[in-house]
Design a protein. Structure first.
Length: 262
């Protein structure tokens, strides 16, 4: 099974309602984007690291699934160093590139903030089963069933893209057209995948409509989506992490609200 495909595990975190996981990720993300400072982000990252031990993921699963975040954070930091806010001593300047003390400090804050926001979001998302998410959105948040079921169908088809891509590669090689012109082959194969996806989506929409998924009648669900004390604990932990991070940042005088950042 692909490491990109969410799976249903036996750990307690897998049984928590997906709506609570989305709410917890939102609380952390919203709080951390309010300030551009390294203290609040580092405090949140340390506390999140402790909670990751109970996420139900092995070390290998954790790093494989969060690899995009580990790549994006340094990239954002390097960009900020080169083009960030100039302040303090200047170390290097060339056209738009201006490396200063301020850009280094901002880069550190950016690096930590991307990690503090991205890591828990990814960890919480990979423990979500698409069907459980649809049940929670429909039964807990009471979103329209057409929107929820359409999103579930689309999410279920995402995993097929990789299989379709591999099949297209093998088919083109079998015809002798996949051995040269890497860039041209990529765009040609991408267009073929787009056409295949549109056809599959049209057939799926027709099949769902024929089975009554587009009906305006109130739907029933096979499984009840419950929102209880475990969900409340998860949201409370996220709020606690955010509160501690903000408190430490304000008490140390490093809190830098985005509205006042120059």
């Amino acid at each position: 099974m692909s490491i990109l495909t969410p799976t249903r595990g036996t750990h307690v975190v897998y049984s928590i309602n997906p709506v609570a996981k989305l709410a917890a990720a939102f609380v952390l993300s919203f709080t951390l984007v309010l300030s551009i400072d390294w203290v609040s982000a580092s405090v949140a990252l340390v506390l999140e690291g402790i909670l990751f031990l109970w996420a139900g993921l092995s070390a290998r699963q954790f790093f494989l699934r969060t690899l995009p975040v580990w790549v994006a954070a340094p990239a954002a930091a390097v960009t900020t160093v080169l083009y960030g806010r100039p302040a303090g001593a200047t170390y290097f300047q060339l056209y738009l590139i201006h490396v200063t003390d301020g850009s280094f400090e901002l880069a550190l804050a950016t690096l930590l903030r991307v990690l503090a926001i991205g890591l828990p979001a990814v960890v919480l998302f990979v423990t979500i089963d698409p069907t459980d998410l649809a049940d929670g959105l429909a039964q807990v948040l009471h979103l329209p069933s057409r929107f929820v079921l359409g999103g579930l169908a689309g999410l279920r088809l995402v995993g097929l893209f990789l299989d379709d891509w591999r099949s297209l590669q093998l088919a083109r090689r079998a015809r002798g057209v996949g051995d040269s012109g890497r860039i041209r082959r990529f765009f040609s194969q991408g267009f073929a995948l787009l056409v295949l996806s549109i056809r599959r989506g049209s057939k799926l929409a027709t099949a769902m409509e024929a089975r009554g998924f587009g009906s305006t009648i109130e739907r029933t669900y096979a499984r009840e989506s419950r929102f209880g004390w475990r969900e409340a604990v998860l949201i409370a932990l996220a709020a606690l992490v955010a509160l501690v991070a903000v408190t430490v940042s304000v008490s140390t005088g490093t809190w830098n609200f985005i509205g006042s950042a120059s």
